[in-house]
Design a binder for this molecule. Structure first.
Ligand code: CDP
Length: 229
């Protein structure tokens, strides 16, 4: 079995991380959620009042990036690779609405992207890796063995995210979620640095009417085709 690099990009809240996690578990690969890194930087910016996007604040923000260390640690209990910001577990905090509302503005800043991409590329790919995000197949690993682009109708995506947040006990409004995912898609697709695009060699999966198992089966077939090539 070859150790593949699998890039999963796509629209907001398309279940990329659930699929990536399940594939990584199935094939014994490393799973990295690149979105959680942009969310971690956003949380740092919120906590340090760095989010008035004037030029002077952006340069202070970039200087402060040196104070940030982002790590992942595997939690043996829930089998999730959890994200740490300066040694603090922030896995739950990064899912907040506040972070979701600001993350795409932060992710559009080229200096921040440069640092995150550098970090993403330090990962040992000899083990096989599944990474999800917006620019994984286009910028981070343009030579990935398999590039997937996930999408679904906005209403299905909002419903899934709403249910996920309610399950976590978070107070959210469905309408805010619809607005947020549409707004992030627009910002992510139109920014000048590393916009969300469908790479020519990516396989598009619309999962509006697919279960997680349907998706895993379909993608596993694609992976096994790569093994036999
Ligand atoms: O909510 P969802 O899981 O779809 O998003 P995420 O993967 O947590 O990513 C949050 C945000 O981070 C995105 O809306 C993008 O603005 C940004 N992002 C990015 O710019 N590049 C990546 N490789 C991953 C995320």
């Amino acid at each position: 079995m070859k150790n593949l690099t699998i890039a999963i990009d796509g629209h907001a809240s398309t279940g990329k991380s659930s699929i990536a996690k399940a594939l990584a578990t199935k094939y014994g690969y490393l799973y990295i959620n690149s979105g959680s890194m942009y969310r971690a930087v956003t949380l740092f910016a919120i906590e340090n009042n760095l989010l008035t996007m004037t030029k002077s604040n952006i340069s202070l923000f970039i200087k402060k990036l040196r104070e940030i260390s982002i790590n992942f640690k595997f939690n043996d209990h829930n089998l999730i690779s959890e994200i740490y910001l300066n040694s603090r577990n922030i896995e739950n905090e990064i899912g907040s609405m506040k972070v979701s509302e600001l993350v795409s503005e932060v992710a559009a800043i080229p200096e921040i992207r440069k640092e995150m991409v550098k970090l993403q590329r330090t990962i040992d790919r000899d083990k096989g890796v599944v990474m999800d995000g917006r620019d994984i197949g286009s910028v981070v690993f343009p030579d990935a063995d398999l590039k997937l682009f996930l999408t679904a109708s906005a209403s299905v995506r909002a419903k899934r995210r709403f249910e996920e947040m309610i399950k976590k006990g978070l107070k959210v409004s469905y309408d805010d979620i619809v607005y947020n995912i549409n707004n992030r898609d627009m910002l992510d697709s139109t920014r000048s640095d590393s916009p969300l695009i469908i790479e020519k060699d990516a396989i598009v999966i619309d999962n509006s009417n697919m279960s997680i198992d349907d998706q895993i089966n379909k993608i596993s077939q694609l992976i096994e085709d790569k093994f036999s090539n």
